[in-house]
Unconditional design. Sequence first.
Length: 175
Amino acid sequence: MTNKTPLEEAFEGEIWAPTEFFANHFKLWVAVFVQSGIATFVLYSWVTSDSDQMMVPVLCAVLYGIAWLFMQEARDTRPILKFSDEGLEDRRHGFTPWDKIAFYQYKKTIFSQAFGYTLVKGALPPKAVAIFRIQSMINKLSGRPARVWQKHMVVGGLEPMLYGARAKRPALDKT
């Protein structure tokens, strides 16, 4: 006779970890309003002054464009990362099977925390290949995996991402 609850008996022998991870929508909306507010203030100041600097409207257009990108991310309710037995689904770069993943890594430094993955040499994601290559080059300079998420970007932090990846493919852990 065991003293286990029905829930413990149902999951006996299995490692449970979350498999879907979502963007921090609150912080994205704050970024939208801050970016738009700064652009509006600068544009208003320029219009009400006698300045003939034509660079100001260009700068404001860039700021509004960045705010628009943040808004698009905030409105997207799909998970930013999803683990399955077959592979991982990155919202931006699509589905990648585990055999194309070289490793994943959780990296904690004094200034930041990051979780990410790197593809095997020669493999490319199915979507947004140019963005992936640029991110990969920038992240390589700082010693991080090719595709990363920062702690502030993810609801619940990054440790659950690490546990979710370990539950599916522990051999690829480079942490």
